[in-house]
Design a binder for this molecule. Structure first.
Ligand SMILES: [Zn+2]
Ligand SMILES: [Zn+2]
Length: 94
């Protein structure tokens, strides 16, 4: 077996990462294995109107659009819309 190839030569970090990404993403190349942040559309602070991604001001009332929190800044626990405090650590969300 003089022609055996040392696989490690072909497994540089990127290649391994891509192969792994391909595996976990079902074939999509370049898919990052990091946990993807769920995109949350911004919401008007004034009238509560849901906006589109990238909107900074409400098209209805001109109020400021802000992206609602999806995880507690204190403990990272997912929070539900309308929650005032984190149910896990008591962090004040509003
Ligand atoms: Zn508004
Ligand atoms: Zn919390």
């Amino acid at each position: 077996m003089g022609s055996s190839i040392d696989l490690r030569d072909h497994m540089e970090n990127d290649a391994v990462h891509n192969a792994f990404s391909k595996l976990v993403s079902g074939g999509k190349m370049g898919y990052k294995t990091v946990i993807e942040k769920k995109k949350v559309p911004p919401k008007c602070e004034k009238c509560g109107r849901g906006g589109d991604d990238g909107q900074k001001f409400c098209p209805q009332c001109g109020g400021k659009m802000s992206v609602p929190l999806t995880n507690c800044p204190g403990c990272r626990k997912p929070i539900n819309e309308g929650q005032q405090f984190c149910t896990e650590c008591g962090y004040k969300l509003k």
